[in-house]
Design a binder for this molecule. Structure first.
Ligand code: UD1
Length: 416
């Protein structure tokens, strides 16, 4: 198993570009199944989860070709409705394939999905939504078997604005007969990106980004070229690294409006932030001041995917911060690892109370999930002495060579 060996204490300086978004790419790749044409996606990021989704598409019958940073997916011959169990269990987003496969082939067989171990992550809302669209679902032996002789558009109210369930039902509605309306939909920018992609292929969706999405069913979708949005979580990770380690960094190819919840907190904590149309500069020369409170919420609230990295910044900021993780019940596993590094944190249920210390100290810590791994890497970059982060395969699921990206800014990280 690879590890990061980090010699901490280096400030970060320089420019860095943000790759395209994992969560957009995964949903859009699932959406390719709806197309009866050839899709070209630009700037495909090299995340492990993205290559696993491409492997699944190949097994379903798509012809996948990579050309430099682009990927061409010929979806004309998709005919296999069974998602291979071993791959489905490795990525959470395999469940997003249910809606598109049923839309295209009227049948789908998928196992319960895998993904980061951050909570129970039920899929009841996905299944309830699909049933509303006239899909018959049987769950046995860990498999989900779906059949719909005729997909019928319908109204569906989500009990909770789940990102994945919104995307799944939206995609199922695309080739359904009639109109589907999703109420209390998730409003994440990646859902707007998925809408734009589907509409570029001839879909008729409006409302993504608001809490009501309306999908008018169409007969079929055709070919298109598309460039998905930049990864707002990676942009936030870079900014939080700059804030935690000190220095002056320019994060390029990012839209500030996608991460206002973070930028507002950084500004309130006294960081010098300069926003341009597609870049954000963060400079820090003195000890950071605590955010006071971080509470994760659906978009546009503070993202759960940035909670671990923001929590690390709090460990060395002056003052006390209360972090509440509302979305995923076990997404504070990085806390005991940070305590090993000298952080002063007490925990109560889904809450971490952090009293800032002057510095962290290097030791061996374990990356328990994707964002926790990024957070512990940042902690190691701040810490005095040497930190070893183990289980970094979790980090590669959603970051493109995070070690090299940080080294470009002046960090000292070796992958061994
Ligand atoms: C997506 C993102 C993930 C992010 C999360 C929340 C992708 C590939 N992943 O995950 O990075 O952390 O949004 O922003 O886009 N829930 C149910 N029943 C369901 C579905 C969800 O109870 O059927 C609950 C979950 O347990 C969780 C909450 O809803 O508490 C939010 O989950 P959801 O928005 O569905 O997250 P994902 O789509 O899995």
């Amino acid at each position: 198993m690879d590890k990061f060996v980090i010699n901490g204490g280096k400030k970060l300086f320089g420019e860095i570009s943000v790759p395209k978004a994992k969560n957009s790419y995964l949903a859009i790749l699932a959406g390719c199944v709806l197309s009866s044409g050839v899709v070209v996606l630009h700037d495909c990021p090299q995340f492990v989860d993205v290559s696993k989704m491409l492997d699944i598409l190949s097994i379903l019958g798509a012809k996948v070709k990579k050309r430099d940073r682009d990927v061409e997916i010929d979806c004309r011959y998709i005919s296999n409705y069974k998602v291979p169990q071993d791959l489905a269990r490795q990525i959470r987003s395999s469940i997003f394939l249910l809606g598109p496969i049923i839309g295209r082939l009227k049948k789908a067989l998928v196992s319960y999905p895998g993904g980061c171990d951050i909570g129970s992550r039920p899929i009841d809302l996905h299944l309830k939504g699909l049933r509303t669209l006239n899909v018959e679902i049987n769950e046995k032996f860990g498999m989900i078997e779906c059949e719909a002789h005729e997909l019928k558009g319908n109204d569906f109210h989500l009990d909770y604005p789940s990102v994945g369930a919104t995307e799944n039902i939206m995609m199922a509605g695309v080739l359904a007969k009639g109109r589907t309306r999703i109420f209390n939909a998730a409003k994440e920018p990646e859902i707007v990106d998925l809408q734009n992609f589907i509409n570029k292929m001839g879909g008729k969706i409006i409302g993504a980004g608001t809490d009501t999405i309306i999908v008018e069913g169409v007969e079929s979708l055709s070919s298109c070229e598309y460039t998905p949005m930049a990864d707002r979580i990676i942009a936030g990770t870079y900014l939080l690294a700059g804030a935690t380690c000190g220095g002056d960094i320019l994060v390029k190819d990012v839209k500030a409006c996608h991460i206002y919840s973070l930028l507002n907190k950084l500004k309130d904590a006294g960081f010098d932030i300069k926003i341009k149309s597609d870049s954000i500069r963060l400079a820090s020369s003195k000890r950071p001041v605590s955010f006071g409170k971080i509470e994760t919420m659906p978009y546009p609230g503070f993202p759960t995917d940035m909670q671990p990295q923001a929590l690390v910044l709090q460990t060395i900021s002056s003052g006390v911060c209360i972090v509440t993780e509302n979305l995923f019940e076990t997404r504070l596993k990085h806390v005991p690892e940070l305590v090993k590094m000298g952080a002063n944190i007490t925990m109560k249920d889904r809450m971490a109370i952090i009293t800032g210390v002057d510095t962290l100290y290097g030791t061996e810590v374990c990356s328990t999930d994707l964002r926790a791994g990024a957070a512990l890497t940042i902690a190691g970059m701040q810490a005095q002495g040497q930190t070893v982060v183990t289980n970094i395969h979790n980090i590669d699921r959603g970051y493109e060579k995070l070690d090299e990206a940080f080294c470009k800014l002046g960090a000292d990280i070796k992958r061994v």
